[in-house]
Each structure stands twice: as structure tokens, then as C-alpha cells.
Design a protein around this ligand. Structure first.
Ligand SMILES: Nc1nc2c(c(=O)[nH]1)N[C@@H](CN(C=O)c1ccc(C(=O)N[C@@H](CCC(=O)O)C(=O)O)cc1)CN2
Ligand SMILES: NCC(=O)N[C@@H]1O[C@H](COP(=O)([O-])[O-])[C@@H](O)[C@H]1O
Length: 217
């Protein structure tokens, strides 16, 4: 009798190179008894959707714009739109068959509110995120460039990558695994991005495997 499979739902917004690392790891056995059963993007043009489809993984495009159009273009209306969007995102994840054991944010560029996190947590599903910085540093979008600038202007000697649990406060959840990346004098931003992406592709597999080892215990 084969062991039960760990089912992953992966959230993306772009190229999907980290999704591809997970797809390849499932195929190679680096993520044993694990399969990606659903990929969701908040951007229609995300190449990661093509990567998933090439691997016969079900995909969903879940866009915030229709929700924003339903509500007034005010702060309150935008909040209502995000609340409904996030609640529906949780529903479409939890209603998918087979049900997920773990949700991995792999370049997912949308801040998740308690309207998403609460039902997901109630269903016993963890959420982890890949972030190209070390705990407590450069939270939010644009982290690599901010670290690169700090290297040039403030003498920062290293940045890094982490996989962390997702909580309401952005990039503040407990780190699952971290890896430092040295900053090199005179190095261009693109070169640093390339080195960091290489680290990401290994760390997202390592972090996912580490969390799955604890699932169901
Ligand atoms: N509640 C949480 N949500 C998310 C987390 C988290 O730790 N807690 N991690 C992020 C990923 N992320 C950095 O790792 C991140 C992504 C996007 C943003 C952001 O400012 N998004 C804007 C929209 C930007 C865009 O659409 O281009 C927004 O949501 O308004 C910050 C951090 C995933 N979510
Ligand atoms: N705050 C999260 C964040 O900035 N994530 C960034 O999104 C990229 C997604 O690449 P991918 O679509 O090729 O996996 C990752 O390289 C990561 O640095």
C-alpha cells in the first residue's frame, strides 16, 4: 500500500520558477509522496499557469478586479473587495478535491487578510511563504532591490532568503528555514537577483519538505 500523498496548493503571481522547482522536486522524489494538486494565480498572464498546465496540474485564475468593481472606489469599498476576494480564495482552495495539506506562496504578490487565514487555519491547513530576505529584514515587496541598495549605501554585507509561516503581519511569521546570501561589492542588481533565485529554488523545496514532515504528526 503506497503511503498517502501530501497535496500542495501553490499560489503564484508571475514567472513560476519556484513553482517549477516544486514540480520538479515532486517528480524527482526530492519531495517524497507529494503532489501539487492546485495552482492559483492572481494574474492571468502569469507564466507559472503555463508551467502548471504543462504538468497537468489544475489551475485557477482568481482576480481581484471584479471584486473591486462591485464596490465603491473608497477605502471602505476596497476593504470589502479584499475581504470577499480573500474569503472566496479560501473557499476555492478548501473545496478543491483532493483537499490540500499545505499551501505554498511562491511569488504570490497579494497580502492575505484574516478573511483568508482564519478559515484556512480552522481547516488545519498551514500556509508558508518564500521571501527573499532574512527574518525581520526588508518585509514586503521589492526586498532584493532594497537589500542591494543597503549594500551599496549602508555597507550591508549580507541578505538572504527564508521560508516562513504566513500570519497576518506580512513576512513576520516564524521562519521554517533561512539561508544567508553575501552581498558582493560592485555587483549589479540583476546578478544578485540571479544568485538569490538560485537559493530560492532549493530553499522552497527544503522548507516545504520540512513542514510536510510535521504534517499529521
Ligand atoms: N498576511 C500575509 N500575506 C502575505 C505574506 C505574509 O507573510 N502575510 N507574504 C506575502 C508575500 N510577500 C512577500 O513575501 C508580499 C507580496 C506582496 C506584497 C504587497 O505589497 N502586495 C500588494 C499588491 C502588490 C501587487 O499587486 O503588485 C497588496 O497586496 O496590496 C507584500 C508582501 C504574500 N502575502
Ligand atoms: N515578497 C515575495 C517576493 O518578493 N517573492 C519574489 O517573487 C519571485 C517569484 O519568482 P517566480 O514567479 O519565478 O517563482 C521570487 O523570486 C521572490 O524573490
Amino acid at each position: 500500500m503506497s503511503e498517502s500523498k501530501h497535496n500542495l496548493t501553490v499560489l503564484i503571481s508571475g514567472n513560476g520558477s519556484n513553482l517549477q522547482a516544486l514540480i520538479d522536486a515532486c517528480a524527482s522524489g526530492d519531495l517524497p509522496n507529494t503532489r501539487i494538486t492546485h495552482v492559483i494565480s492572481n494574474r492571468k498572464a502569469a507564466y507559472g499557469l503555463e508551467r502548471a498546465q504543462k504538468s497537468s496540474i489544475p489551475t485557477t485564475y482568481h482576480n481581484l478586479v471584479p471584486y473591486k468593481k462591485k464596490h465603491a472606489a473608497t477605502a471602505a469599498g476596497t476593504q470589502k473587495a479584499r475581504t470577499e476576494y480573500d474569503a472566496d480564495l479560501a473557499s476555492l482552495i478548501l473545496s478543491h478535491t483532493p483537499a490540500p495539506h499545505l499551501i505554498v506562496c511562491a511569488g504570490w504578490m497579494h497580502i492575505l487578510t484574516p478573511d483568508f487565514l482564519t478559515p484556512i487555519s480552522a481547516a488545519g491547513v498551514k500556509v508558508i511563504n518564500l521571501h527573499p530576505a532574512l527574518p525581520g529584514e526588508f518585509a514586503g515587496a521589492g526586498a532584493i532591490e532594497r537589500a542591494w541598495t543597503a549594500g551599496r549605501e549602508e555597507g550591508l554585507e549580507r541578505t538572504g532568503v527564508m521560508i516562513h509561516e504566513v500570519i497576518a503581519e506580512v513576512d513576520a511569521g516564524e521562519a521554517v528555514v533561512t539561508r544567508e546570501v553575501e552581498l558582493r561589492e560592485g555587483e549589479g542588481l540583476e546578478e544578485l537577483e540571479g544568485r538569490i533565485h538560485e537559493v530560492e529554488h532549493g530553499l522552497i523545496v527544503e522548507g516545504t519538505r520540512k513542514v510536510l514532515e510535521g504534517v499529521g504528526k
